[in-house]
Each structure stands twice: as structure tokens, then as C-alpha cells.
Ligand binder design. Sequence first.
Ligand SMILES: NC(=O)c1ccc[n+]([C@@H]2O[C@H](COP(=O)([O-])OP(=O)(O)OC[C@H]3O[C@@H](n4cnc5c(N)ncnc54)[C@H](O)[C@@H]3O)[C@@H](O)[C@H]2O)c1
Length: 225
Amino acid sequence: MVCADLDEEAAAATTHRITDAGGTATAVMVDIADPASGATLVAHTTTHHGRLDVLHNNAGIGVAGAVHELSEHDWDRCLDVNLRGTFLVSRAALPVMLEQRSGAIVHTCSNHATVGSPRLAAYHASKGGIRALTRQMARDYAPDIRVNCVSPGLVDTPIARRGRGSTPEEAAAAWRLREESNRYFGRAAQPREIAFGVLFLASDEAAFLTGHDLVMSGGQGEVAF
Ligand SMILES: NC(=O)c1ccc[n+]([C@@H]2O[C@H](COP(=O)([O-])OP(=O)(O)OC[C@H]3O[C@@H](n4cnc5c(N)ncnc54)[C@H](O)[C@@H]3O)[C@@H](O)[C@H]2O)c1
């Protein structure tokens, strides 16, 4: 396993959790919006691990704003990381997978690709692009390389809790409201629950699955009231 992140400490911390549990992992610092990073990541992977079997494009950012509120800079920043980053890293990994004639790519999309939510225009557009790209790539690289995506709803991670409310009490109340808006479970998903979906799509058990969007929103977006 290679843990690649802009946040070097976070990548190292995840690596340690894997090695402590008996796995093999290395960390590498990358900015996926930088075209050079794809090559760095692939070189690191093949040098340290000899193969590249699975690519999980998971890094993402949210940029707040309705269309009339967004600067071009903010729009570009969100699309550059979420959509262009997915393209750049996939482009770097694909020659190795094509040479091996095997591989699985999983993009992290979002239920925001298909439903609306307030003041998050660039994020929605980026995730809609990832969903379309998943279907398109599946067509180009079948049967040797499978390309799927997972679409979580609300997940309890820093990106989801960030920037809500001006005091800790306001932020906690806003979070509770968002959790309660899930009519099936009344809570956010834990990252581990989403990871199992990614694991399945990446595994040989999903051998006949490509171009699929595995929606893991706990039913969110599926009910009218
Ligand atoms: N948390 C949710 O509710 C939710 C819901 C649906 C989809 N998602 C998606 O799940 C994925 C993971 O998000 P998360 O919830 O764990 O958020 P997070 O903020 O905890 O993690 C995102 C990670 O991406 C890294 N990152 C950001 N920009 C980067 C860059 N340019 N290059 C390399 N790494 C970069 C960050 O350092 C961070 O470690 C994202 O694609 C997000 O859009 C999250």
C-alpha cells in the first residue's frame, strides 16, 4: 500500500496504522493537482512495491459558494484537485496497468454528483465529472482494467465538519442537523464503512463490475421526505 497525500504527516500516520497491523506500506507526499505528482507516485509505487494493481483516487476538497459567489480561482482550485487530479493520476498509472494487462481503479465520487445541496457549485460539478469519467474510462480500458467509483453521502471526516458555525456549539448543532437529515440511519457514515465499498470494488470479487457507481449514502437522496 502506498499512502499518498498533500499532508505528509497524515500519509505517514496512515502508513503506520497499516504497518502496525502487519501490512506493508510506504508514504509519499504529492499534490495531485500538479502534473508531476502522478509520475512521482507511480515511480515510488513500482520502485518500492514492484507492481501497481489498484489506484484509489480519493483526495478531494470542497470550496463553498453558489455560482454567483465563486471566483474563477476557487472554481479552478476545486476542479483542479477533484477532477483534473483524478485525470492526472489515472493517466500516470494507466501505462503500468496496460503493460500488466490488469488493474482496478476506484474514484471517490459523492452523492453530490447526482443531488443538489446549497452553495457548493464547484464541488458538485467536479463530482459529476468524476462520475461521467468513471463510465467513460470503463469503456476504454475493459476488460483488463476495471474502473468504478464509490459515492458516499455524509461521512464523519474533517472535510464534512469543516467551516460550519462560528462557535464549537454552533458547529456541533449544525453537524447534528446534518446527521439527522439521513432518514434511514440518522447519522453520518464512518470512514471505515466507505472503505469496505472501495475494498470490494478494488478486489477480484468485483471481477465483473466496471463503470459502476456504488452509492453509499445510507439511503440519503433516495427519499422525498
Ligand atoms: N466526508 C464526506 O462527507 C464526503 C462525502 C462524499 C464524498 N467525500 C469525498 O471523499 C474523499 C475523501 O474526503 P474526506 O471526507 O476523507 O476528507 P478529508 O479532508 O478528511 O480528506 C481529504 C484528503 O485529501 C488530501 N488532499 C487534498 N488536496 C490534495 C491534493 N491536492 N493532493 C493530494 N492530497 C490532497 C487532504 O490532505 C486530505 O488528507 C474526497 O474525495 C471527498 O470529496 C467525502
